[in-house]
Design a binder for this molecule. Sequence first.
Ligand code: GTP
Ligand code: MG
Length: 139
Amino acid sequence: MSGNQTFTMIKPIAVKNNYIGPILKLINEAGFRIKAMKYTHLNKQQAMQFYAVHADKYFYEELTSFMSSGPIVAAILEKENAVADFRKLIGATNPEKAEEGTIRKLYAESMSHNAIHGSDSDENAIIESDFFFSKTERY
Ligand code: GTP
Ligand code: MG
């Protein structure tokens, strides 16, 4: 059985472009409830730690510089089948390949500047949520 929570970040480019409101509206309309939320700013070291799984990739430096370049919105979201349904709502990593109506299709600029993060498994949803939130910050 799949879990009912996932973790997301509205990435620096989407915050900068003033898309927090429209993105949260789509998330709510898709049936997700917000269990925790934080407007924050990762430093380079934190971004490197968050994306450590990509440490050996050619885009790691660009990815972690970008993710620490400005404020983000981090949140824990709840819904049945949360991880898979949220990945569907955000669309493909490359926004050129994202389906119509998905968050990345609507608000991403490029592969690097792709507007939003979504956990890729229940296990990672927990790890990523724990990275930003203590147990008492979840409702
Ligand atoms: P996240 O939700 O941010 O984790 O994206 P994802 O799960 O759709 O993709 P993945 O975890 O594989 O990669 C993390 C991030 O690295 C992506 O969101 C992209 O911004 C970036 N990335 C992934 N693959 C590539 C690539 O081939 N080229 C470049 N330039 N960036 C990439
Ligand atoms: Mg990923």
